[in-house]
Design a protein around this ligand. Structure first.
Ligand code: UD1
Ligand code: CA
Length: 452
């Protein structure tokens, strides 16, 4: 039978060292709040019930953690008296009776499902407490895991540790699974008689053992258990997250020339055989399909690039940009809420917003869709196989039919029918022999000025 599990997510910290006006768990990694990453890992570990222990920004934290595949409740920890005290804030929910409890921290966003599952398996196999530890060359302020003969004997907080204990390099990541049937009784026995005067969750190990139970430590990497206390640590976690995701994408078949210069969002989807050149930034909501090329220095957000399409160098795709197969958006072009049809080209220096561009149409250099009248946005529709000459301003709402040709330098304010040719510019006049006369007049003006 499936065991029931309640995850308890501790997120009541003051975030003092972040020097932030909002709770640190709301700060983003890869464009989404840290806490959402934690919830992701819980869901991937099979957790369906969770309780958030919040302090400041409770409503915002609950909103950031929300997801459809989990039942999530929120409890407030009004005084911050330690991790053991924080878990007890959820006492009423724990009392409903779960087989397993899984305590995680809201500020440990890189944890993967594997050690969470392993800790839960240890509880299923008969342990009362299973903590998640890691080896560290710099164990510093971490709690130390004291292991003897495969059993976890105790967790000693750095401030309470003897010199010999401080020499231990096996550290407590802070996350732990606990037997849900015994948890409340054990949690209520935690005292605050220690160096920090806090209720330490870590005391559960010795308390469980004193009651005749077992504790174990499962291992994870230091990388995935890294916490976030400062903006510098936030940037470091971002770096680790980016490295992890780039690696996964490359292993899935995506080419990156200089992966360390490519920045991905939490939901970036890139198909195999896509080439990403150096210095590309992905905001949220981007999907790139097979054989597309994203050239250097491009910025994409909320965009869908179909197979064989080419973007940049120096292109900006904003939300709602959709490049159909083999479309091309070249240098210094901005595309927003616009459909660029299959094989269509927007090669240089253009703004295409709130627009439809048909298949195989060519948009000349410097074309601008004038989509905004200062109050409202309007749509530009351009058919298939059309040609828009360079430096054309398309004043929306306006439509250009299939196969139509717009002369360069036009300001198009009225619809152009299919196969029509439109000129929207002043006619050129040429006056033969007039240049020397003008030049002489200008020179006389200059001489007159210099006399004064
Ligand atoms: C804790 C562990 C330590 C471990 C370290 C790993 C304890 C006693 N110690 O120490 O062994 O090596 O994590 O990073 O558990 N929180 C609340 N309410 C509270 C106290 C804490 O919600 O009253 C939350 C914090 O916001 C944070 C988490 O619990 O997300 C951990 O608390 P923190 O004070 O950072 O614990 P550490 O001293 O780092
Ligand atoms: Ca901490």
């Amino acid at each position: 039978m499936q065991r029931s599990c309640l995850a308890i997510v501790l997120a009541a910290g003051e975030s003092t060292r972040m020097r932030s006006s909002v709770s640190k768990v709301l700060h983003p990694i890869a464009g989404r709040p840290m806490i959402a990453h934690v919830m992701d890992s819980l869901a991937a570990a099979g957790v369906t019930d969770a309780v958030l222990v919040v302090g400041r920004d409770g409503a915002a934290v609950a909103k950031a953690a929300q997801r459809t595949d989990m039942r999530i409740e929120t409890v407030e920890q009004t005084e911050r008296l330690g991790t053991g005290h924080a878990v007890l804030a959820a006492a009423d929910i724990i009392a409903r009776g779960y087989d397993d409890l899984l305590v995680v921290f809201g500020d440990t966003p890189l944890v993967t499902p594997a050690p969470l599952k392993e800790a839960l398996e240890a509880i299923a196999a008969g342990s009362d407490v299973a903590t998640i530890g890691f080896e560290s060359a710099n164990p510093g302020g971490y709690g130390r895991l004291i292991v003897e003969g495969g059993e976890l004997i105790a967790i000693r907080e750095a401030k309470d540790a003897s010199e010999a204990e401080r020499a231990i390099t096996f550290c407590n990541g802070g996350l732990m699974a606990v037997d849900g049937r015994k948890a409340l009784d054990l949690l209520r026995r935690i005292s605050n008689k220690n160096a920090k005067g806090e209720y330490y969750l870590t005391d559960l190990v010795e308390l469980a053992r004193a009651a005749g139970g077992r504790a174990v430590a499962v291992r994870a990497t230091e990388e995935e258990l890294g916490g976030c206390n400062t903006r510098a640590e936030l940037a470091f976690l971002e770096q680790l997250w980016q490295a992890r995701r780039r690696q996964a994408l490359m292993l899935s078949g995506v080419s990156m020339v200089a992966p360390e210069t490519v920045f991905l969002a939490f939901d970036t989807q890139i198909a195999p055989d896509v080439l990403i050149e150096p210095n590309v930034v992905f905001g949220p909501g981007v999907r790139i399909e097979r054989d597309a090329v994203i050239h250097a220095f491009s910025h994409l957000e909320g965009a869908h690039v179909e197979s064989g399409a080419s973007v940049g160098p120096y292109a900006r795709l904003r939300p709602g940009a959709h490049l159909a197969e083999n479309a091309k958006v070249g240098n210094f072009c901005e595309i927003k809420q616009a459909e660029i049809g299959a094989g269509a080209k927007v090669s240089h220096l253009s703004y295409i917003g709130d627009a439809f561009v048909g298949a195989e149409t060519n948009i000349g250099a410097g074309t601008i869709t004038c989509n905004y009248d200062g109050v409202n946005k309007h749509v530009t529709r351009i058919g298939a196989h059309a040609f828009i000459g360079s430096n054309t301003a398309l004043v929306a709402p306006v439509a250009v039919g299939d196969g139509a040709l717009v002369a360069s330098g036009s300001v198009i304010t009225e619809d152009v029918a299919a196969d029509a040719v439109a000129f929207g510019r002043a006619r050129q006049e040429v006056k033969p022999g007039r240049a020397p006369i003008l030049r002489a007049r200008y020179q006389a003006m200059k001489a007159e000025r210099q006399k004064k």
